[in-house]
Design a protein around this ligand. Structure first.
Ligand code: NAG
Ligand code: NAG
Ligand code: NAG
Length: 374
């Protein structure tokens, strides 16, 4: 089969999406709807890496095959359909998906509907994701929000902008996986942190940087936060494949590191809730949610939680990322994982709904619907 050049394929849907977003700002008079400002990695990137010369990109088919707004064309999302952040925004009544910051059309009133700064390969640490050459790390994502912050003042005036950010905006942060996968746990490459740091030292370093990043957002008037913990990294098809595990097994070290980091993240959010007046920091327990999906996949209607739907290599198609040359499964909604690293839209839907209306084991101290209405 002959496939189109990937960059040409990508340009078309992105333009459609951007045009759609540019014309659908639902800001009735002075009434501004709720919006999301999204930070993180490839789990929530909605197209920023399309504009970077990065080795981590999802602007090639069949990524996005179930994304309705682009008619199934790739948008830069690392999944077959919507990300968790897209679904959460929709369910909370936001008029459009948050526009990628690097999109040329992320200007004017479009930014009142939210902006997405997330970048595939990005992490809490600047060095994370260096193998991809280019990606936006969290420090840079916060710098970019500082630019948006000034644009908002210009658009609606500083007192309204402040009120909008404090009351109507939800700040979601989904980061940390790459600081392990594409830094500490990177096989062979000595550019990782592993050679020089113990797990405790790495995690201290991550938590102290994240504290700084979240506090900077607070200083820029962010109040309503949801921070996702790191999922069971040892259970993704990539890890199962390279370690030649059975379908039910997971790799121990990545999961151990994630659990250790997640414990410290919980303490950090408690600390910030106490120390930053008027703030609401929610912990999204993605680790337990996704672990439950993986163990009890059949109960949720999935056929497999080990094999990637789109990918190549090894028993679980877990080595080569999803692209035009990949084999793709027939029943995309029956796979927990879309590709070697990322959940399918079907899995994202289950996770998103739990974060919106779930109990305090999943999302605490309140859920996302309650956060919106605060
Ligand atoms: C931005 O939006 C305008 C219409 O407002 C459209 O003509 C243009 O193609 C868009 N640019 C990009 C890069 O999508
Ligand atoms: C990360 O890089 C940014 C941009 O170059 C810089 O401003 C920031 O201080 C760096 N962070 C750390 C912790 O070195
Ligand atoms: C935002 O940018 C201004 C400079 O324009 C700088 O003084 C300020 O420290 C920045 N704020 C944060 C939180 O980075």
């Amino acid at each position: 089969m002959n496939y189109l050049n990937s960059t040409n394929v990508a340009a078309i849907p992105v333009i459609y999406l951007v045009v759609f977003l540019a014309f659908t700002c639902v800001c009735k008079g002075d009434e501004i709807s709720g919006s999301s400002f999204i930070f993180g990695d490839s789990l929530v990137d909605a197209g920023n890496n399309n504009y970077l010369s990065s080795l981590s990109k999802a602007d090639i088919k069949p990524n996005g095959i179930d994304f309705k707004l682009s008619n199934g064309n790739p948008t830069g999302r690392y999944t077959n359909g919507r990300t968790i952040a897209d679904i959460v925004g929709e369910e909370l009544g936001q008029p459009t998906y948050a526009i990628p910051f690097l999109s040329p059309n992320a200007t004017g009133k479009a930014i009142l509907n939210g902006v997405n700064y997330a970048s595939g390969g990005g992490g809490i640490l600047n060095e994370t994701g260096r193998i991809f050459v280019n990606r936006l790390s969290m420090d840079i994502q916060v710098d970019y929000f500082n630019i948006t912050r000034k644009q908002l003042d210009g658009l609606i005036g500083s007192s309204k902008a402040r009120e909008f950010l404090m009351k109507k905006a939800i700040f979601s942060v989904t980061v940390g996986s790459n600081d392990f996968l594409n830094n500490y746990l990177l096989p062979l490459l000595s550019i990782g942190e592993r050679l020089s740091e113990s797990p405790e030292a790495l995690i201290n370093h991550l938590i102290s940087n994240l504290r700084n990043q979240l506090t900077r957002l607070y200083k820029l008037d962010a109040r309503k936060f949801v921070v996702a913990n790191v999922g069971p990294l040892g259970c993704i098809p990539y890890q199962k494949t390279i370690n030649q595990l059975n379908a039910e097994q997971c790799v121990e070290l990545p999961n151990k590191l994630a659990i250790q980091y997640n414990g410290r993240l919980k303490d950090l959010l408690t600390e910030l809730n106490e120390n930053l007046p008027g703030s609401h920091f929610l912990l999204a327990n993605v680790y337990d949610l996704v672990s439950d999906l993986i163990v009890n996949y059949a109960k949720y209607g999935f056929k497999t939680a080990s094999a990637a739907c789109c990918g190549n290599g090894g028993q679980f198609s877990g080595i080569i990322p999803c692209g035009p040359q990949s084999t793709m499964c027939r029943e995309r909604s029956k796979h927990v994982f879309w590709d070697p690293y990322h959940p399918s839209e079907a899995a994202n839907l289950i996770v998103a709904k739990q974060l919106i209306d779930g109990n305090t084991k999943i999302i605490s101290p309140v859920n996302l619907r309650q956060l919106r209405d605060l």
